[in-house]
Design a protein around this ligand. Sequence first.
Ligand code: IVH
Length: 804
Amino acid sequence: MIESTMETLSRRGKSGDFAKKTPETTSAAGMPTERARERWSELVQIIEQARGSYYQEDSPTLADAEYDALYRELEDLEQHFPSLQTQDSPTQSVGGFASDAFSKVTHEIPMLSLDDVFSVEEAHAWIDRCMNALGVQTMPMTAEVKVDGLAVSILYVNGKLQRAATRGNGSVGEDVTANVLTIKNVPERLSGANVPRRVEVRGEIFFPTKDFEEYNSARAEAGRKQFVNARNAAAGSLRQKDATETAKRPLAMVCHGIGVFEGAPRTPKFQHEWYELIASWGLPTSSYTRVVQSHDEVDAFIREYGDKRTHLDYGIDGVVLKVDSRESQQALGTTSRAPRWATAYKYPPQEVHTRLLDIRTQVGRTGRVTPFGVMEKVLVDGSYVSRATLHNASDVKRKGVLIGDLIVLRKAGDIIPEIVAPVADARDGTEREFVMPSNCPSCGATLAPAKEGDIDLRCPNFEKCPAQLTERIAYIGSRKALDIEGLGEEASLALTQPELDREEVAAALVSGEAVLLADGTVLRLDTTLVEKLGHADEITAAENLLPSPQQPALDTAADLFDLNADSVRNVCVWRRRAFPAGVAKKVGASEGWQQVRYFYTAGVRDVTSGGWKTEPRPTKTFEKIISELERAKDEPLWRVLVAFSIRHVGPQAAQALANEFNSIAEIANTPLATLAQVEGIGPEIASAISDWFTLDAHQDLVKKWGAAGVRMEAEQTEELAQTLAGLTIVVSGTVPNYDREAAKAAITARGAKATSSVSKKTSLVVAGPGAGSKASKAEELGIPVIDSSLFDALLEGGLEAVDV
Ligand code: IVH
């Protein structure tokens, strides 16, 4: 059904406004209230615990962003009530520990942390603050990536590596000299001129991205616990008691600063000069660093590395800005925790932890039944997620997740939430295994694979299954098909399954809650009656109290184009939301279930007469749906074919069909063998097409849509010049004035194949804003890439027109 539930939110979220949003924490005198004090202790405890598992056990129990949000909340609270801020508050230390398993090293100069900002606005504010404090108009800064690894300090004496230590708590770290000596890009001896007598370089140890997946699967195969991410792999690998074990891991380092610096002929005046110097000694520095000086340049850097972050040699979790002039750095100084001359902009998280509350199943538009995880709502990459697909029962097995598990969640391709793995260590024995149902969760039909050997189970009730219909209607409205604004998942549910939540409403009545109907009536079940009845009877009594179930406005997609204001006048859905003030007072509850008109406004009653003061009228959205349906009737034939929801017939196959045949009737009457010969169709798709047309319900749909005026014949197009004949083209990112499907259609109409993935067979990649790894893959394979602004020129004049 719904793949993910997301609400885009400001990333500062709740933490930033803690004091504002919870008035009970403030008191007139600005003294912390009981509630504020309690919250402070709670936050300190959670943060200390999280720091423990992150730094000591290399196995975090809180996602980075959750940690950041709690830390922010604590900072805000302390800013609001300064008396709460004590010496031992986590805000006053850098975090981290030195384990007793290693000998301790006291840092001659403390290893500080960085203050974080979470938006470009906050980064700008930091820049402005520094410039103000320095009294300057321009302020060059280094912009660097923030490597997501493990901080180390390496001391070279007379050019020889003498000691390496982790950051530990900032003052005392762990001696990891033997381990660091096994890292290939860390020289044992410095080379080049101007090597100081004593120099301490600081940097980050990381596990290269390209090695991580492979290393982790090898571990899994060997029956060992996998690392949750590359950062933990780096930390776990470096902090091995036996350095020969570290030597087997592909660790590397990148330097980002200097600590001790004695006996050098010359001291650099700029941060970027430090890096040049460090590199001249044969130490690894980041090639991604550059000097910037305006807000715009900072934004561009953040954006650039935001786009590239998954393609870099190592994982990054942000961007670090440092005032370039060392003199200015000294003038700005440091706090006990972090320098004032540097800040870290943190990217939204890519992986978070949350609780898997349940695994349920959903029915797709072609009957496929897939499990999905229902999770405690969590913020991932700027939006809240509470659901993620689990594809099929084998996927659930393969991932090894149990209901009740703490899980790792990420955005696949930065959009679709994906359950990565369970945090098996966090189990307490109450977790249970998911069992795939054998009946359709919507209509109860017995599920079966389409053919023997298929992994997927399907609901065979194509005609009557309500869930399949809901999905088909929503799909018709989607961009891939007829692109009908307003006709999404919710509207489709209202049209096809308006009573979906009826059972829950009845249960609420049984539990004594009030229910508000669309006509203003408040329902309540007599509690003395409930006490007398058995459970089943209670539910029946509640069901009877509710208005009789509505017939859905649509019970087949065939009638979609006949929808009108009359047919949806009484469509109501059940929603749990805040009661109007009057009702809330009367029933003594602020929220509850309500019957809500979906396609009509609620209208206003006249209190005295009981009639309408303002009659309900169709909503703007419904009017839009109607005008969009009208427009859709004239969409190209291939879109109509897509809207049929024939298995395997997506935009690509539909375009192949529309290029070959002149009408739906012609396709319906073409023998299977002939269909299978069409370029881009093949036997499997051909048999799905011919199966589809044999069903009476589908013939009825074609007839009714045709009668309503939906295009059933190929559009008259002038014969387009075959400028791209024989080529295979991939479009990645956005193309000005074309949506993805339209761009593909334009390519096919000029004689080329439009494919989605880059391979050796690809002739050309068209890359626009948001293009991901495809462009870089093409470059690796030596395939030409053109900018999407040249797309029209390409269509007009072929490869020569774009100098390929
Ligand atoms: S400068 C005094 N530069 O991020 C300045 N740190 O969250 C201290 N980090 O402890 C660090 N990339 O381990 C700096 N380009 C970079 C960095 C970087 C990653 C780490 C470092 C630091 C932590 C603070």
